[in-house]
Every structure is written in C-alpha cells, then in structure tokens.
Design a binder for this molecule. Structure first.
Ligand code: ATP
Ligand code: MG
Length: 416
C-alpha cells in the first residue's frame, strides 16, 4: 500500500524550499529593522481562543476549523490563523507590562478545512505581524509602509493595496442595519450562503466572491458613509499618513474582512496574476480583542501574509544557486579514505562538498559530479596519492590543475 499525505497538505521540496527560506529570512530581517520581535506560539490552542475571537458566525469557525477532543476530553483546535493565538499569549504572559507599545511577528503553519484548490490548502503558512498598545493611525500607515516595502524588496511592487475602515462597535450596528435593509429586497437572488449570512452576519455579503452576489451589491451602502466622527477622523489621518509615506493604495469600500474582531482599519493586498485566490496579505485593526481576552484595554493592529501565494509570485524570478563547490572523485580504497578526510576538513571550513559514494569508474563518478552540478571535481587516485598530488577540474572551463596534497585545502578555500 502506498501511503499518501493528508488531502490539502503539501510537501515543500528542494529547491523550492529555498524560496521559502529566502522569504522567511527577508521578512524577519525587514520586520526587525522596524522594531518587531519574533514570537512562536503552539500550533494548537483550546478551541475558545478562536471561537470567541474570530466569531461564531464566520466561515473559519463555522466550517473550517480542525477541532478535536484530546484524551482528556478538552476541545483543542489547530490554529486557523495567528492573531488570536498571539493575543492569548500577550495576555497570558503579561507582555503589556514590558512596554507600552509592543511589536511582534510570527511565521508558521495554519490549518483550515477548506476545499483544496490552487492557492488554497488545508495546511498553509502565514507570516504575520502585530503592534499592541496604540490606536495612533500613524501605526496603521507605518505597518502598511513596512509591508509594501517588504513586497517591493521581494520584487512585488505592482500589487494593489486596498484599504477601508469598518468602524467600531458603536457605529457598525447602524451600518449592519443599512446593509440588511439594502439586501432585504434582493434576498432571493443571493447565494444560499449569503441568504444565511443575511441573518447571522450580513456584512459578509459585502465580501462574497460569487459573481451574482458581487453584481447584487452594486449600490450597497458604503461603510465609510456610516462611520462616527472619531472613526472618520482616524481613517482620514490614516490615509493622509499613507500619502506622506508614499504608500500606494486604493479605496475598497466593500472590504469588510471575515473575522469579527476587526475595528476601523482593514486592508488587503491583491495580486492580479494569481487567479481566483488572489489575496496575498490581509489585515486590520482589532482594538477590542486584548480586553476581550481578559487583558487591559489595548488597541492593536496587524496583518498576515499567505506564504504559498507569495512564493507563487516570486518563484519565477528566483534563481536556484545552490550547488556543491567541490565533488570528490576517488579511485581506490586509500584514495576514498583520503577523500573522506579532505571532505570533512572542507565542510568544516564551510565549503559545500559532495562525495562520490559507492565508488565506481572515473567516468561514472564524473557523471555524478555533473548531475550534482558541482563547480569543481577533485580527482584523487591511489597512484596520484603515492605521488602526493590530486587533480582539480573546473567543470565550467574543463581546465585541470594538479595540486599537491598539502596545498589542497588552502587552494580550494581561496578559489574565487
Ligand atoms: P480568502 O478570501 O482567500 O479565503 P481569507 O480572508 O480567509 O482569504 P485571511 O484569514 O485573511 O484569509 O488570511 C490571510 C492570508 O492568508 C490570505 O490573504 C491568503 O494569502 C492566506 N490564506 C488564507 N487561507 C488560505 C488557504 N486555505 N490556503 C492558502 N493560503 C491561505
Ligand atoms: Mg478564507
């Protein structure tokens, strides 16, 4: 029987894993320059961490969570996103006591029981960042600045950064009513999903991806017209700061986001080239969540980037440069032992070195060196060994140099 991976999961194989690591390292360096520190939370949490924060009537909680009872009959969920877990940790570890403004980033796998398709997996990965402790719209603008700078470092400066404000618990109920009133007459035409949302979470209709619902919402009330004065000022300052920072953005008044905890600023970064699953980054402000988790009133703001979708965008431009510097071809038992010894010395000095295991004729070892894409082959034979020499072959120019054994390490480590 052939065993297969779980549906909707993927193996990240070489050399593509290099693109992942490049993205992770670039993001980490970039975020740290903006004062963010990494946090690592467990991949599982007690279920209420997600149900209470993301919201009972959201897609994630209603149908996408990997929830199970552990042997102690406690309900545990594989994290579907990062923010709720980071907030749980922020409160549990009293991170608010460390500094009034606290900046964290994370990266790792997330789990959602979705219908697998291109750009949508059951285990996927996010790189995210959160700022706790200030409602200042400068932070909202700065986070978008940090993000768009990262995207342009990755060669993705053409992406569309869409922003909106969804108000606060004071002004949103009136907007929710306006949306409900607007769709009441159109109810029979909405998709079945949205008919259900009409009662439970009407704002989600504004975010529905089906073409019919998209069409039906033209002329729907815009949330920006329903903001209270404080939320309106916050949004105006936010967009003004974006302009000062030269962050390119567009307004998308339909952008409501699927999670309940968002307040005020919401945003999404869209890539045209990705097809239907075209949202690469999503985020927003969540001023009430820390308090809801039992912490002190702490405004916060953050985002999460989809790693698979970002990798899909940068993969083409990425050149896979990893190749062994030296391939050891050894002929005869004494030569093999010498090669083993030399390889260990070269590797200790950081020179990527491969050995021709299983010996064989020189021709076959050269073939293996070629397949490994080695830059040089160091050929050692028992006869050469007795003369105290070895041959270094440049695989690009085919030039061959004779080296004395005592000079090999020195010569190889100083190759250009
Ligand atoms: P979508 O509308 O595509 O379902 P979402 O609103 O559910 O996205 P968020 O919860 O905001 O997504 O997650 C942020 C980012 O994580 C998304 O913009 C996307 O890049 C990525 N993402 C979300 N779900 C998946 C998934 N199942 N597979 C791969 N990437 C995903
Ligand atoms: Mg989703």
């Amino acid at each position: 029987m052939t065993l297969r991976g779980v549906k909707g999961t993927q193996d990240i194989l070489p050399p593509e894993v290099d693109v992942w690591r490049f993205l992770e390292i670039t993001a980490a360096e970039h975020f740290e320059a903006y004062g963010f520190r990494e946090i690592r939370t467990p991949v599982m949490e007690y279920t209420p961490v997600f149900t209470r924060s993301i919201g009972e009537t959201t897609d994630i909680v209603e149908k996408e969570m990997y929830t199970f009872l552990d042997k102690g009959q406690r309900s545990v969920t594989l994290r579907p996103e990062g923010t709720a877990a980071v907030v749980r940790s922020y409160v549990q570890n009293a991170l608010h006591a460390r500094s009034s403004v606290y900046k964290l980033y994370y990266m790792g796998p997330m789990f959602r029981y979705e219908r697998p398709q291109s750009g949508r997996y059951r285990q996927f990965h996010q790189i995210g960042a959160e700022v706790f402790g200030t409602a200042d719209p400068k932070v909202d603008a700065e986070i978008l600045h940090m993000l768009t700078q990262l995207l342009s470092r990755l060669g993705l400066s053409e992406l569309d950064c869409q922003v909106n404000s969804i108000g606060c618990p004071e002004c949103r109920p009136a907007y929710r009513e306006a949306v409900r009133n607007f769709f009441r007459a159109r109810l029979p035409e909405l998709c079945t999903e949205c008919q259900r949302r009409f009662d439970t979470n009407p704002l989600r209709i504004m975010d529905c991806k089906t073409p019919k619902c998209r069409e039906l919402r033209s002329g729907a009330p815009a949330v920006l017209d329903h903001l209270d004065p404080a939320c309106r000022t916050h949004f105006e300052k936010f967009t003004r700061f974006l302009e000062i920072l030269n962050v390119p953005f567009s307004l998308n008044t339909n952008l409501v986001r699927g999670l309940d905890y968002y307040t005020r600023t919401t945003f999404e970064v869209i890539a045209e080239g990705l097809g239907a699953q075209n949202a690469v980054v999503a985020g927003g402000r969540y001023d009430g969540l820390v308090q809801e988790f039992g912490g002190p009133a702490t405004p916060a703001m953050g985002f999460a980037m989809g790693v698979e979708r970002t990798v899909a965008l940068i993969r083409e431009r990425f050149s896979y440069e990893k190749r062994p510097r030296i391939f050891m071809a050894a002929l005869g038992q004494t030569a093999e032992e010498k090669a083993l010894e030399l390889a260990s010395e070269l590797r200790r000095r950081g020179v990527a070195t491969e050995l021709a295991y299983d010996g064989g004729a020189l021709k076959s070892q050269m073939k293996r060196a070629d397949r490994a894409n080695a830059e040089y082959v160091l050929i050692i034979g028992d006869e050469e060994l007795s003369r105290g020499v070895a041959q270094l072959r440049n695989m690009t120019t085919k030039e061959q140099t004779e080296l004395t054994l005592d000079r090999i390490i020195e010569h190889v480590t100083s190759l250009p």
